[in-house]
Structure formats: C-alpha cells, structure tokens
Write a protein that binds this ligand. Structure first.
Ligand SMILES: Cc1cc2nc3c(=O)[nH]c(=O)nc-3n(C[C@H](O)[C@H](O)[C@H](O)COP(=O)(O)OP(=O)(O)OC[C@H]3O[C@@H](n4cnc5c(N)ncnc54)[C@H](O)[C@@H]3O)c2cc1C
Length: 300
C-alpha cells in the first residue's frame, strides 16, 4: 500500500502526529504495538493537561487512537522490521510505501533482569522520577544502575527526598566527573552490590542482594544502561546524539522526509512534551509534503 506518511509508534507522540497529518488529509498509517508503549504502564497520570482528577495511561492511549482514527488515520498492531530509502517500510509480513516517515518509537524500558521488576512496575518499582517522584516525599529510594543515566535519575529524585541510594547492580560505577561531584554534593549514597529480588507486600518493601544481605526501601527506580539506541537511524544514516535521534526545530532529521517525535529524541520524558513533539513532527510533515505539491484539503 502507498501512503503519504507512515508513523512508526502508537504511543502519545505517534498518535498525536497522526491526528495532525490525518486532519490535513494526508493518507496516514500508524504502525506499533499498544502493549509496548510506556504509557500502558502508567496507572494514574496526574500531570497531563486537562485531567485534574487524573487519567489511566491505557485510557489515554485508547482515546488518542480513537481521535486519530476519527480523522482517517489507519492504525495497525505490528512491528516495523526494516525501512529503506524511498521510503519502503517492512513489517513482519507486508511492505508499505510512504513519502514521509515519522519515527516515534519511544525508548523501551530497560529491564534490569531483577526478580519481581515487571510485576511491581508502578507498585514501588519505577522508571521515571518525574512521573512518580512526588509519591515519595521524604521516603527512602534506590536507583538501580551504574552510569550517568542512573546519576541523573538519582539527582532528580532529590527534589522529593534526601534519602537516595544508587545501587550499581554491576561491576562498578562509571559516572563522569560532573555527575560524581553532584552526587557528592547532594549526599547520594552509593552501594556496590548486585540485586537479587524486589520483595513486596503488594508494594515494594525491600531489596535482597546476591551476597545474602537485604535492605528496606520505599521505592526503586530502574536506570540501567543508557537511554536506548535506534536501529532504524543507523540503517538510514540518521544522525544520533547520545544514542537518541537528532532533529532540527521542526522535528526533521538530517534525512529529508524523515521526522522524529517523543522519547526517541530524548529530553523530558513526559507525555505533554511527547504529544507536543508529535504535533511538531505532524505539522512539519504536512508542510514538507505540501511543498512537494500534494493536494491537501484541511479539515474544518
Ligand atoms: C510506569 C510509568 C509511569 C509513567 N507515568 C507518567 C506520568 O504520570 N506522566 C507522564 O507525563 N509520563 C509518564 N510516563 C512516561 C510516558 O508514558 C512516556 O513519556 C510516553 O509514553 C512516551 O511516549 P512515546 O510516544 O515517545 O513512546 P511510547 O509511549 O513508549 O510508545 C512507543 C511506541 O513505539 C512502538 N515501536 C517501537 N519500536 C517499533 C517498531 N520497530 N515497529 C513499530 N512500532 C514500534 C511501540 O510499539 C509503541 O507503540 C510513565 C511511564 C511509565 C513506564
């Protein structure tokens, strides 16, 4: 099938982009998996504009998809396995063509391989200090990870509590000098140990370690590795910055016709920012294709 634009990812960034491209009468295809959007793990969201009583991530995703479909976007549950210049987008069993692409693939959650982490996600185990940090005012928190990504999360958590420990869960800590100084200044504790299990009574209670010891914590943040890389980017020659997609202020990458939106571009990992990115990439795609003389009858 031929489309004007194919959007890869059906999280808040991809769906927001689709609302703009579909409303501008671009033939839009969105490809992604609902259960792979980080939003599906967000039980109650209290910091997104327009929902003073909060909203569940699952519900917000449903509403976003419904809105994009209403304006004519086609949405399929699938995975893109390859993109070729031109653009040809290959899924598990089909190939689609498009004049423009919006990459909105998010950052997959970096599981640490600790027993209990999946079951307790959102119940004492977290991935986003900005999102759940306010629940832990004055509480005792652990950050699992040994690099700058973990240091950044730990420093962010000091907005809510002074009791933060980074647990390496690896051979040694590898912070850059700037982070090392900031961690010291903020009295963040460092514990060099490998985690065995998160123990809970509905909500996280304690962490056990492979050396047989254990310690009580109110919450733990997973921050292993670095913030995701992008396979498509390397295949298409898209410039990356620290493992994330680099774009100009219009959301366009260095490859004309390929735009990006959401967590895969980095910066603030919040729904509001990602929805905004989707709007930016969607509008820029419309302008880009319009300059190429595609007929558009803007929705009223
Ligand atoms: C537990 C938890 C709680 C949170 N709470 C909040 C909160 O309270 N407030 C807040 O603002 N934010 C919160 N967040 C963060 C928020 O969910 C993310 O910032 C947001 O979902 C990221 O949007 P995105 O569209 O960039 O990526 P995602 O929502 O992660 O979506 C990525 C999409 O890309 C698709 N994809 C990836 N690779 C491929 C491929 N090869 N082919 C096709 N599709 C692909 C996936 O299937 C998925 O549909 C929370 C996150 C978590 C995990």
């Amino acid at each position: 099938m031929k489309y004007d634009v194919i959007i890869i990812g059906k999280g808040p960034a991809g769906l927001s982009a689709a609302i703009f491209t579909a409303r501008a009468q671009l033939k839009t295809l969105v490809i992604g998996r609902t259960e792979k959007s980080q939003l599906i793990y967000a039980h109650d969201i209290y910091n997104y504009f327009g929902f003073p009583e909060g909203i569940k991530g699952k519900k917000l995703l449903e509403l976003g998809a419904k809105q994009a479909k209403k304006w004519g976007a086609e949405i399929i549950e699938d995975e893109v396995v390859d993109i070729k210049k031109g653009f040809k987008v290959k899924t598990s069993d089909k190939e689609h063509e498009a004049k423009a692409i919006i990459i909105a693939t998010g950052i997959p959650i970096q599981w640490a391989g600790i027993k209990g982490e999946k079951e307790l996600l959102g119940k004492g185990v977290h991935t986003c200090p900005n999102c759940d940090g306010p629940m832990y005012k004055g509480k005792k928190l652990a950050v699992i990870g040994n690099g700058d990504y973990a240091a950044e999360d730990a420093l962010e958590l000091t907005n809510y509590t002074k009791d933060v420990t980074i647990i390496s869960h690896g051979p040694k800590f590898t912070f850059n000098k700037k982070f090392e100084q900031e961690l010291k200044k903020n009295k963040i504790k460092l514990k060099n140990a490998r985690v065995k299990e998160f123990i809970a009574d509905k909500f996280l209670k304690k962490i056990t370690f492979e050396d047989g010891s254990e310690e009580a914590f109110d919450g733990a943040y997973l921050a292993c590795g670095t913030a995701g890389a992008t396979t498509f980017a390397s295949k298409l020659g898209i410039e990356l910055k620290e493992g994330l997609i680099k774009t100009d202020e219009n959301g366009m990458t260095n490859v004309p016709g390929i735009f990006a939106a959401g967590n895969c571009m980095g910066a603030c990992r919040q729904i509001a920012k990602n929805v905004g990115d989707g709007c930016n990439a969607g509008v820029s795609t419309v302008k880009f294709l319009k300059a190429k003389d595609i007929f558009m009858d803007y929705a009223k």
